[in-house]
Design a protein around this ligand. Structure first.
Ligand SMILES: O=C(O)CCC(=O)C(=O)O
Ligand SMILES: [Fe+2]
Length: 430
């Protein structure tokens, strides 16, 4: 059953026609019986077009007016979305439209005077026109209950969201960015001193397969000793060392706060379930050359850990995530002073399939340098992760075999499954 879980600035307004199917499915989805969920579109059917909302009738009108062009576009297979012409027809009668088609229809309505140019655009350019759909969550929200609910909804629906008022000082973020840019300027002989602690945790030089990507990293960023070793290896100055230690502490605190809020949103008895879990830190530099435009800087993948905090480049876009319900990609456009949050494989295992391990990739859109700073709250290394009992009942049987973060990483590496498919190998048979 398709359940309304649109969580953008207009919670609940998914464009469903307020049918009982949607409301019932939402009720069923609520974990605790006393939690009453009601889809806002029950009363006000609304369709989201990119960042705009329209009445269902207006959307239907746009779709019908632009139907010919829309068909042509689909027939040309330019749209990589799983949505077919038939389902669009169904959608227009039931007023339920996937966000990709909504953005598309909106672009059409804006570009109807110049449809020729529009049709010849590549999907990449079309995507770049939309502002992205993931929610931006204000962590300064006064009501813990509302905030936790927003985090939960975004984590289930998209597996990613942006946060503002996140408590990481903006001056620290910009100092960190400068530090990162400076560390990449070290000579090759210095950068290779950043050796692996875990497989792949240290320096990665650009190579033949991916000449545009370079990374430095450190395992266990909550440990000041590990941060100091990293700084020693890279001959960081005293100031840079102080910035790194402060940044690691602030980000680690935020990651754990978000994890705790997720547990609270489900009413779990144990909200400090992540105690003792290590975090990994990775700084990325993309050397995008003119010939890289349209190519990938990082392949499609899920993050293996529980939750990732990403300080992405505030000027250069390219990060794209996949909407798991439609299979379409949407850009996570830069938004200065915010942080992007991704849920990973361990979150899906922990939540017994409720939280979405979002598939994402980095695409080169322009020939320029791009920097990003990723911090991963991983998962238990030596013990196996099991979902809390509250996540398992007759309607939600255990989905995954208990496994440590190390176990998940091993499967991903040996089976070469980096885009979340590794979870299928630990799924219980029906
Ligand atoms: O560079 C980015 O924006 C994303 C990097 C990423 O997905 C990762 O390091 O796992
Ligand atoms: Fe990632």
């Amino acid at each position: 059953v398709e359940v309304c879980s649109f969580t953008d600035q207009l919670p609940g307004k998914c464009g469903n026609d307020g049918s009982n199917k949607c409301v019932n499915a939402m009720q069923k989805k609520a974990l605790l019986p006393e939690v009453k969920v009601r889809c806002a579109c029950f009363d006000h059917p609304t369709v989201i077009l990119g960042n705009y909302k329209f009445s269902a009738w207006k959307t239907l009108f746009v779709i019908l007016r632009e139907w010919k062009t829309l068909r042509k576009y689909i027939d040309k297979s330019l749209c990589r979305s799983k949505t077919t012409s038939t389902s669009i027809l169904q959608s227009s009668t039931s007023f339920y439209l996937s966000h990709s088609i909504c953005s598309f229809a909106f672009s059409l309505s804006r570009d109807s005077r110049n449809t020729k140019r529009f049709v010849s655009n590549s999907p990449l350019k079309i995507m770049a026109k939309t502002n992205g759909v993931i929610p931006t969550i204000d962590l300064g929200e006064v009501s813990d209950k509302i905030l936790n609910q927003k985090i939960r909804e975004a984590s289930e629906r998209w597996g990613c969201f942006r946060v503002i008022n996140h408590g990481v000082p903006l001056s620290l973020m910009s100092d960190m960015k400068k530090t990162v840019m400076d560390l990449f300027e070290r000579p090759y002989e210095v950068k290779v001193r950043n050796t692996d602690v875990l497989l792949g945790s240290g320096y990665r030089a650009p190579n033949e397969i991916n000449p545009y990507y370079e990374a430095l990293g450190l395992y266990d960023m909550a440990s000041p000793q590990a941060v100091n070793t990293f700084c020693d290896q890279l001959e960081a100055s005293a100031d840079q060392r102080e910035i790194m230690v402060k940044y690691a502490k602030a980000i680690d605190g935020l990651a754990k706060d978000l994890a705790r809020r997720l547990a609270e949103s489900y009413g779990l008895a144990e909200t400090n379930f992540f105690k003792g879990w290590p975090s990994q830190f990775r700084i990325n530099k993309y050397h995008f050359q003119p010939e890289a435009v349209g190519k990938l800087g990082v392949q499609l993948h899920t993050d293996s850990g529980f939750l990732t905090i990403l300080q992405d480049d505030e000027n250069v876009g390219g990060l794209e995530a996949m909407d798991h319900s439609s299979g379409t990609f949407f850009p996570i456009s830069p938004l200065p002073n915010t942080l992007a949050i991704n849920l990973g494989d361990m979150a899906t295992i922990w939540s017994n399939g409720r939280l979405c391990n979002v598939k994402h990739r980095v695409q080169c859109n322009e020939a320029t340098k791009r920097f990003s700073i990723a911090s991963f709250l991983l998962g238990p290394m030596d013990t196996d992760l099991e979902p809390p009992s509250e996540f398992v009942d007759a309607e939600h049987p255990r989905m995954y075999k208990a496994i440590s973060h190390d176990g998940v990483r091993n499967i991903r590496m040996t089976a070469k499954l980096h885009d979340g498919e590794a979870l299928k190998l630990i799924t219980y048979e029906e």
